[in-house]
Ligand binder design. Structure first.
Ligand SMILES: [Zn+2]
Length: 280
C-alpha cells in the first residue's frame, strides 16, 4: 500500500467537515479502517490517550472508532494504537488517522462529518482541563519548598510534575496525581493536605470563575498540518498568555464554557489526588 505521507488534520482549527481522497485501507480486527489524505476527525492518541476519538460518518457510514496508525517510511505494515512500537511523532514514520467502520467505505473520494455535539462537549472538557490544571498549580504554589519548573503563569507546575493520567470527558475531565515519595523529594509539602483540601478546591474554583468572566481567547498554534505536528494550546489570561503542548480540540474562549466546577478527592492513604472537572 502506498500511503504517501502522514494524514493532514483540520480539527486543530475547529473543522468538523471535509471531503478527501481515500489513500489506504487496513483491517482493524474484523472491522474496516480507512485512511484519507486530510480529515477533520480527531483520533485517540496512542502515547498520551487523553481526548477520546471523534464519532461521525465517513462516506455515509458510521465511524465507530478513530485510532492512530503508523507505518515506517518504505514499510508495508500499518501498526495501530497500542501496537505502535514507537512514540508519537518519531521521525521516519508516517502518522495516520484510521477511521473505523463496520463495513467497507465505498468510493475513492469521501465526505467526512464529525458528530458536532460530541466534539463540542469534548472541546469544552479539554479547555476546562487545561484551565483547572493552571488554577490547581496556583492554589498549591505555597506548598513547594524547592524550585521546580514553573507553568506559563509562573507557578510551580504541580500538574506536569505529579500527573499520572488525564482523561477528557464530554463536558469534563478527570486528572489523577501521585502524591508519593518522589513528589515530596522534589519539595512538595503533603502535611495537612487532607485538611486543606476544601480551601484548595475553593481557590481553584474562584480562579476559574475569574478566568471565565474575563472571556479570555483560546487558540491552537500549529507548525504544520500533519497529525503529529507539535501543536500548542494558548490562552490569553488576564495574568498573561500561557502555552501548553496539546494535540486536542478546544473552544475559542473561556466564556464559552459558561461555568466550570472542580472537585478534589484524596485516596484513603493520601497517595493519590483526583481532580474531577465539570463544565456547566
Ligand atoms: Zn491538551
Amino acid at each position: 500500500m502506498e500511503i504517501g505521507g502522514s494524514t493532514l488534520v483540520s480539527y486543530p482549527a475547529g473543522e468538523v467537515r471535509g471531503r478527501s481522497a481515500v489513500v489506504g485501507a487496513v483491517p482493524v480486527g474484523d472491522r474496516y479502517g480507512t485512511i484519507v489524505a486530510e480529515t477533520p476527525f480527531h483520533p485517540l492518541d496512542h502515547t498520551w490517550p487523553d481526548q477520546p476519538a471523534d464519532e461521525g460518518t465517513i462516506g455515509g457510514l458510521a465511524v465507530v472508532d478513530c485510532v492512530t496508525g503508523a507505518v515506517e517510511e518504505g514499510g508495508e505494515t500499518v501498526h495501530l494504537g497500542a501496537d505502535i512500537p514507537v512514540r508519537r511523532g518519531t521521525p521516519g514514520w508516517n502518522w495516520l488517522v484510521v477511521h473505523v467502520t463496520d463495513g467497507p467505505v465505498p468510493g475513492r473520494e469521501v465526505e467526512l462529518a464529525v458528530d458536532e455535539a460530541r466534539r463540542r462537549a469534548l472541546s469544552a472538557g479539554h479547555t476546562a482541563c487545561h484551565l483547572t490544571a493552571l488554577a490547581l498549580n496556583a492554589a498549591l504554589a505555597g506548598r513547594w519548598r524547592k524550585e521546580i519548573p514553573a507553568d506559563g503563569l509562573g507557578h510551580p507546575d504541580f500538574d506536569q510534575t505529579a500527573i499520572t493520567s488525564s482523561r477528557i470527558l464530554p463536558d469534563g475531565s478527570r486528572d489523577v496525581y501521585r502524591l508519593g515519595k518522589s513528589l515530596r523529594r522534589k519539595g512538595f509539602t503533603v502535611e495537612g493536605f487532607a485538611e486543606d483540601l476544601p480551601e484548595i478546591a475553593q481557590r481553584v474554583n474562584d480562579r476559574l470563575k475569574e478566568w471565565i468572566a474575563a472571556d479570555a481567547p483560546v487558540w491552537i498554534d500549529s507548525p504544520g498540518s500533519e497529525l503529529t505536528a507539535r501543536r500548542t494550546w494558548h490562552c490569553g489570561l488576564p495574568e498573561g498568555e500561557v502555552a501548553i503542548p496539546c494535540g486536542g480540540t478546544h473552544l475559542s474562549s473561556t466564556s464559552r464554557l459558561g461555568s466550570v466546577t472542580a472537585t478534589l478527592e484524596l485516596s484513603g492513604d493520601g497517595s493519590e489526588l483526583t481532580m474531577h472537572t465539570t463544565v456547566g
